[in-house]
Design a protein around this ligand. Structure first.
Ligand SMILES: [Zn+2]
Length: 273
């Protein structure tokens, strides 16, 4: 386990990445990492996440009580949303919240990201729902997000932004990057033509491969099928057999871009057969 200081440095590094990539403006966004059963390091409020130093990072407990905050820095008021994720998802050790412009635009027009247009997004994210609007810093956002936590690893926040979470900080950040890239591709492709969706069979195969690889986290493959049978969701629908078994993954294989690439290569090769 890296030291608190090492994790604080990582939080600063990821803050710089989300700022440099334009996923946040001014002092927006927040990042947290669980370091023990009742201790969480989190970014301070009122500070650009692109220019943080380790001494600015705060520590809170599972109820949000401040355990450490130096130099007048205070934890983000959005820490409630992060703590709710940890409470509902014991497999999650890091949460990232940002306002990436393409993904957030979909959250503003009220369109969930549910079009299966590329293998990587299907494997890593599946569908990405929109949690109902809530006033920042109240319990409204945690309550809205809670509904989706058992089946999704990325959630859009209505008229607000995006939330991603994973077993470690880099994976939570990668999910945010993948989410924004997927939203950007969907937007650009819809400007130059009609995005062609992968058919049900190909999507089902991608979900099966994800399962075979034992990639960690939850994934909406199962719920998409159930919602779809109720007529509410047109995304990634699976046939009855694929949906029958509860969708679970083990933590035996950590998520890395390499493992996803390997899965995608396999899938692309299978298309050629
Ligand atoms: Zn926000």
């Amino acid at each position: 386990m890296p030291s608190d200081f090492e994790i604080k440095k990582q939080i600063c590094e990821i803050g710089k990445r989300i700022y440099d990539k334009g996923f946040i403006a001014a002092n927006d966004g927040n990042i947290s990492v669980q370091i023990s059963p009742n201790e969480y390091l989190c970014t301070p409020t009122g500070v650009s996440k692109g220019f943080m130093t380790p001494d600015m990072i705060c520590k809170v407990d599972a109820n949000g009580a401040v355990l450490q905050a130096k130099g007048g820095y205070r934890p983000s008021s959005e820490i409630k949303m992060h703590l709710r994720v940890y409470k509902e998802r014991p497999d999650v050790k890091s949460v990232v919240h940002a306002h990436p412009p393409y993904a957030t635009s979909y959250a503003i027009v009220g369109t969930p990201l549910t079009e299966p247009i590329m293998p990587e997004a299907i494997i890593i994210l599946g569908c990405v729902p929109i949690a109902e609007y809530g006033t920042p810093s109240t319990d409204e956002i945690p309550n809205a997000v809670a509904k989706y936590l058992q089946h999704y690893d990325a959630v859009l926040l209505e008229n607000h932004g995006a939330l991603t979470y994973a077993g470690d900080l880099l994976s939570a950040y990668h999910k945010m990057e993948s989410l924004e890239f997927y939203a950007k591709l969907l937007f650009i492709s819809s400007q130059i033509g009609k995005p062609q969706q992968l058919d049900k069979q190909k999507v089902t195969r991608l979900y099966e491969l994800r399962k075979e690889m034992g990639l960690p986290g939850k994934h909406p493959a199962d719920i998409c099928a159930r919602v779809n049978s109720a007529g509410g969701c047109s995304c990634h629908s699976l046939n009855g057999t694929a949906a029958a078994a509860p969708y679970t993954t083990s933590d035996s294989q950590p998520y890395t871009p390499e493992t996803v690439e390997a899965v995608v290569r396999k899938v692309l090769a299978s298309y050629k057969q």
